[in-house]
Design a protein around this ligand. Sequence first.
Ligand SMILES: [Zn+2]
Ligand SMILES: [Zn+2]
Length: 171
Amino acid sequence: MEIAFSDVTEDGLSLTIDNDGWFPHEEIGLTAPVECSIVVKKIDNDSVKVTGEMKYVTQSTCDKCCRDFEQQINLDFNYDCTVREDETASSQDSECTEENYEKLFLEGPVVDIDAILREQAILGLPVRNICSSSCLGLCLGCGADLDAQKCQCGEQEKPSPFSVLKHLKGR
Ligand SMILES: [Zn+2]
Ligand SMILES: [Zn+2]
């Protein structure tokens, strides 16, 4: 879906996205219909702001215990879309200025909503997939599934070399 700036008013255009043709199905397997809505607001003749929300449920494999689980992804996003006067720039060239805020430069006063939604769906996937905050995972020593069985080697007693990563983990 594309939205022309001329169709957007200062009050904003609210849309519920009820098709998912834009969703990157090859990369992300859905286990429920994706929910998505956006608001497009005019800033001036050369720029609009797109804010939106997306929810989807995907099948993931836990990085710690290797079990499959369903993971709900909730996203908010916010784009400033501006017609770029510099013609050497490619269209849809986006750069991230801060977290959850994207600047999108366009060749003309039309914004490709599908491209934004597709990008967000992919960006929304977590870097690490953990089935639950209480997941104990597999013992690095003996491979025991610590949620279901006891460690046979005593290795789990030692601090994991990866425990420092917990502090670096994002949202
Ligand atoms: Zn797990
Ligand atoms: Zn062990």
